[in-house]
Design a protein around this ligand. Structure first.
Ligand code: ATP
Ligand code: SF4
Ligand code: MG
Length: 377
């Protein structure tokens, strides 16, 4: 079977925000390197899950793909067209094909508009109306697609539960029949039981409408459940990318290993003896990232050579598995052993927070353990 054509290709994408100082805020004293050289490809109809600590650049990457922020460098090819080359009407038409689902539907839906108005707005804006009757029929089919009754039409966002509001957000996102949905923490604000329903809805819609997804999430269980491929971001760059199964079965990059080591295992005996890899210190500032490997200030496997001064490239270490670490083979084969968080902290002169892997990303004990499927409801 041949691989489906890529719908989205991101090459060398950078987003650097200027840091302004001075009385009139006109002096640039540095840059926040929110996204700093990301390459990724999403084939048509597939889901790419993006995880990473708070501040690692996930949302900025999503927004730059949609050109809601201007990239500093790099390319975004959507269906073969460089998005940066588009202006005016062409850009508007391209935007219609790429939509965003936000974490907080209450914040992203105008509280003064009822559902009918919220859903008809994008249709009218893009002249997809077919008259009032056409719009009404289209809105009814949208509500049906996201599992809301037609009685919802006259109600306002605050009258719905969180899960229902996210359904409205999704209905709005698919109103213009897009090809790509970028969902930024689509279920983080929802109760666990509702998370499963909304994820299942996204999967059903993907199948029915042949949608392609970029799903950003803190929750490792959510990303595993929904993704074909997962990318792990650290300080603006991808450190590992693999199929969801490979990544969860055997994480290779030291950062991914530390994140996965915090995921609880359903078996109580294994859970009791599970080895935890705690990280020293906090996420460094993207305005002043560490030299060499950006993870070296916290890495339990850091070596005297290469790690501090040579940037590791994201390279294929096994079919379909990309990792940016100089020593990944030696780590995988057990030739190199990890240092404790205390030892790493002592070398770097920082304190051991020891909780980063637990708090930075939710391994999500709540979502029924990592191996449990999310029930279809
Ligand atoms: N408009 C902006 N101006 C300046 N800095 C910004 C801007 N937007 C984001 N940043 C910075 O860029 C970095 C990446 O932020 P981003 O929101 O993309 O991270 P994230 O991975 O989505 O985090 P979270 O999980 O908390 O949502 C952060 O240091 C943030 O402070
Ligand atoms: S390159 Fe060195 S510091 Fe970076 S992840 Fe690999 S071992 Fe750790
Ligand atoms: Mg974000």
């Amino acid at each position: 079977m041949t691989a489906p054509d890529p719908l989205l290709q991101v090459r060398g994408l950078e987003v650097h925000f200027p840091i302004k100082r001075g009385v009139f805020f006109d002096r640039t004293v540095g840059h926040v390197r929110a996204v700093d050289g990301v390459d990724l490809v999403i084939p048509q109809g597939q889901t790419y899950g993006l995880v990473g600590e708070s501040g690692s650049g996930k949302s900025t990457l999503g927004r730059a793909i949609l050109r809601l922020v201007e990239p500093t460098a790099g390319e975004v090819l959507f269906d073969g067209t460089d998005v940066a080359s588009l202006q005016g009407e062409e850009l508007r038409r391209m935007r219609r094909r790429m939509q965003m689902v936000f974490q907080d539907p209450l914040g992203s839906l105008d509280p003064r508009q009822n559902v009918e108005s919220l859903l008809s707005e994008p249709l009218r804006a893009h002249d997809l109306d077919g008259g009032d009757a056409g719009i009404a029929a289209h809105i009814r089919s949208l509500l049906d697609a996201v599992g809301l009754p037609s009685a919802a039409l006259r109600r306002y966002p605050h009258e719905f539960s969180g899960g229902q509001r996210q359904r409205i957000g999704i209905a709005r996102a698919i109103a213009l029949e897009p090809d790509l949905l970028i969902a930024d923490e689509p279920v983080s604000a929802l109760d666990v039981s509702v998370q499963a329903q909304v994820l299942n809805l996204l999967e059903e819609l993907q199948e029915r409408l042949n949608l392609t997804y970029l799903v950003i999430a803190h929750d490792l269980a959510v990303v595993r459940h929904i993704s074909d491929v997962v990318g792990v971001m650290y300080l603006g760059s991808l450190v590992e990318q693999a199929s969801a199964d490979d990544l969860y079965d055997e994480p290779l990059h030291p950062y991914t290993r530390s994140l996965m080591s915090a995921v609880p295992v359903p078996d109580p005996v294994v859970e009791e003896t599970r080895e935890r890899i705690l990280l020293a210190g906090d996420l460094p500032s993207p305005a002043n990232p560490p030299s060499g490997c950006r993870f070296h200030t916290r890495c339990p496997w850091r070596q005297e050579t290469r790690c501090d001064d040579e940037v590791p490239v994201l390279r294929e270490v096994a079919p379909g598995r990309l990792v940016s670490c100089h020593w990944v083979e030696e780590i995988r084969d057990g030739v190199l052993r990890p240092k404790s968080a205390e030892e790493v902290a002592a070398t770097q002169g920082v304190s051991v927070r020891g909780s980063d892997a637990d708090t930075a990303l939710q391994p999500d004990a709540l979502v029924q353990g990592i191996d449990a499927p999310i029930e279809r409801t």
